[in-house]
Design a protein around this ligand. Sequence first.
Ligand code: RET
Ligand code: FE2
Length: 526
Amino acid sequence: METIFSRNKVEHPEPIKAEVQGQLPTWLQGVLLRNGPGMHTIGDTKYNHWFDGLALLHSFTFKNGEVYYRSKYLRSDTYNCNIETNRIVVSEFGTMAYPDPCKNIFAKAFSYLSHTIPEFTDNCLINIMKSGDDYYATSETNFIRKIDPQTLETLEKVDYSKYVAVNLATSHPHYDSAGNILNMGTSIVDKGRTKYLLFKIPSSVPEKEKKKSCFKHTEVVCSIPSRSLLQPSYYHSFGITENYIVFIEQPFKLDIVKLATAYIRGVNWASCLAFHKEDKTWFHFVDRKTKKEVSTKFYTDAMVLYHHMNAYEEDGHIVFDIVAYKDNSLYDMFYLKNLNKDFEENSKLTSIPACKRFVVPLQYDKDAELGSNLVKLPTSATAVKEKDGSIYCQPEILCEGIELPRVNYDYNGKKYKYVYAAEVQWSPVPTKIAKLNVQTKEMLHWGEEHCWPSEPIFVPSPGAREEDEGVVLTCVVVSEPNKAPFLLILDAKTFKELGRATVNVEMHLDLHGMFIPQNDLEAEME
Ligand SMILES: CC1=C(/C=C/C(C)=C/C=C/C(C)=C/C=O)C(C)(C)CCC1
Ligand SMILES: [Fe+2]
């Protein structure tokens, strides 16, 4: 059965003028660029999972009060191979594929006996990353693809593993104040020393090396050994504060032996991930200056998280906010067989996403009594010292039922107030977007009947003084047949609609993206 999720979307590479209603701020000039799966059927073959779909980039260009829409499939090697053979020949998260032996791009997949780690896909469908003046489509494998943010054309393929020993990397990098990328990846086959690497990609290269790419200058900031050599944790994002990296080693783990044998066993990559509910969740903090990990062992109960919201330091504590679950039902929910026409009634998550705030004391009285709470900030989050010197943390719940959190990035790593997110409650699709004040827990919402909004993105207005001075952008897919989707522009402060730009196309449900201000685009053209 074809549903909004699984129906193949047609690309619209030529700009389509949107119909604008309302008043868009005149300063809003640039491109909102987003990524997500757009094609799930190729010839007679179908992907099993929504996260498997071929990456479809789309953009809204804001120019002098007008809005133009475009969309274009990422011409990844995966896309080209699949389209050429008219079937799925490259394995994705939820679908194991058996390539045509005549095609050699992914020839390594055949040598699974000599290579522990299979050749992964370059179908970068999750997010967009900025590197200097360049933009990349990202996923969680070792490959990213450079793209042209204006024409949506696909450019070079970059293999992270050529520059840093990672087999997997997150699709949610961070940026420091100089625009350098900080990302984390997992090294699976480095002499049996499974570890997590934090690496830095500079935003520019020295003048005399102008021809070289920033990736050649990638440096490993630090490495954190995995608690288990054969089962590193899976992670989708991480957090940063001004002085620390926040990395959560959750008991949702990737089994390397299973991964190395998945191909011969005929099972998908997803089946190599397992939630160990009896295990603990470990917190790691790395000092960004000394590159050393904080030696105290901090942990909490078993949980699964994908998205960090934000993190900051306050009076000798690290405060970090995440969206967490009690189990891994989220990834199961997105099998296309579960997203059928009755999914709104039938598919409910078995655990609701909860925004959890953890507060961890970095400095505390070493003679503190066992069992006493070491948190000195006004919060219900606790951190209790145990006999063996480890510290057991419990969170404060900020709110429930939201996912795909975004903040004003100028406040990333700093004490902040606002999170913008999609409101999902128990369902896998958002029916509203929300603004949460993490200090007061007050919320504002936007929703309309049959509307499925995407991850909301905050864009600050020029010279903004307050954290929520600007607009929030979200793409809205309408579930009612023959109703056109639109880009919604809300005033970030009041969450009131400023305007909408309607485009009469069938738009895909997407995942993540970024707003590129006009000035940054001009820098890219130079
Ligand atoms: C291909 C591949 C992977 C793909 C993961 C993907 C595609 C995850 C998508 C996650 C999303 C969209 C989360 C949203 O919250 C793994 C498991 C890393 C490892 C094996 C190869
Ligand atoms: Fe994500």
